[in-house]
Design a protein around this ligand. Structure first.
Ligand code: ISE
Length: 326
């Protein structure tokens, strides 16, 4: 049976998902929605899909087997709710929402329905380098420190809320999925550009078992890089740095690292998307959950508060509904 998938958001991320999914056997992107008619028409034309500017009706369409939400962040929660109400499996880009209150509504909906239908796009869980680190942890004993390093080359400035909600949200999830622990407090410090936008951000994160973590984020502008190192009782593990070939020329050694997340995580996105399709077929949602998205948002809000106050902010540990038991 060919799965009919709707794609919402025809920007860079949405186009990547659409092309990735369309290459999978037994998958057809049947409709592409975007608020910008030309963007919807361009991608829909390429994929021989229908074009729409009505994202909400695509999210709730009974003619689909699943929907991918890759529209602007502040539309995620409402579209996800529409899809859940229609009983549609959803692959929703991160963040789950732009506020804890909206994220909570999505979780509450799934809990009331008693069924997981949403997979959140925390694609690092499908990254080979991160998976290898996770596999090593069992023999390393209790974790003392998780060090996340994250460098962007966006070429544009973002508000503090956007930067923390779009970028740091990944590192918060990395800390949780590698340690399996809850975040209890954060403190953050930033250096800023003359405009006031964050250039470099340092976050100290405390976990409920007294381990700690740090997130070093640089809106560097010259390279994209993500890596993580875990320091544990009997040893440490860190992601290799996946980079391009080593080139010797004119008395130098160069290694390309790329300037965006597609150069670093294309493989992870492909595995994530294929795994989501498997879950649509089996009827059993897998991978990062709406709960993971909500818990990350709670920490995002605490980091934003810490940047405003200059001091540590405690992060309430929410009680996990049984639906999200690992
Ligand atoms: C972007 O939205 C992503 O999701 C990337 O994975 C992340 O590295 C980047 O910082 C975000 O802006």
């Amino acid at each position: 049976m060919v799965l009919r998938i709707g794609l919402i958001g025809a920007g860079g991320m949405g186009s990547f998902h659409a092309r990735t999914l369309a290459e999978l056997p037994g998958v057809a992107i049947t409709v592409v929605a975007d608020a910008v008619p030309a963007a919807a028409a361009r991608l829909a034309g390429e994929l021989r899909a229908e074009a729409s500017t009505d994202s909400a009706s695509v999210a709730g369409s009974t003619e689909l087997d699943g929907v991918v939400i890759a529209s602007p962040d502040d539309t995620h929660a409402a579209l996800a709710l529409t899809a859940l109400e229609a009983g549609l499996p959803v692959l929703c880009e991160k963040p789950l929402a732009t506020s804890v209150a909206d994220g909570r509504r999505v979780v509450e909906h799934e809990v009331q329905a008693g069924r997981r239908l949403l997979q959140l796009g925390f694609m690092r869980e499908y990254d080979f380098a991160h998976m290898q680190v996770r596999e090593q942890l069992a023999e390393l004993g209790p974790i003392h420190h998780v060090r996340c390093v994250h460098m962007n080359a966006n070429g544009f400035e973002r508000s503090t809320e956007l930067l923390v909600g779009q970028s740091i949200v990944h590192d918060l999830h990395t800390i949780r999925f590698l340690t399996g622990r809850d975040i209890t407090a954060v403190t953050a410090s930033a250096t800023r550009r003359p405009s006031g936008a964050i250039r470099h951000l340092l976050v100290v994160v405390w976990l409920d078992d007294h381990a700690h973590a740090t997130i070093e984020f640089d809106d560097a502008g010259y390279a994209y890089e993500v890596h993580v190192e875990v320091v544990a009782e009997h040893g440490s593990a860190m992601t290799g740095r996946p980079v391009g070939p080593e080139v010797r020329r004119a008395g130098t050694i160069r290694r390309p690292v790329g300037t965006d997340w597609f150069s670093r995580f294309a493989g992870a996105y492909r595995i994530q998307d294929a795994s989501w399709i498997d879950s649509v077929r089996s009827g059993q949602a897998t991978g990062p959950t709406a709960w993971d998205g909500l818990v990350a948002l709670v920490a995002v809000e605490a980091i934003v508060k810490s940047l405003a106050s200059g001091g540590p902010v405690s992060v309430p540990v929410l009680e996990r509904p049984v639906l999200y038991d690992p």
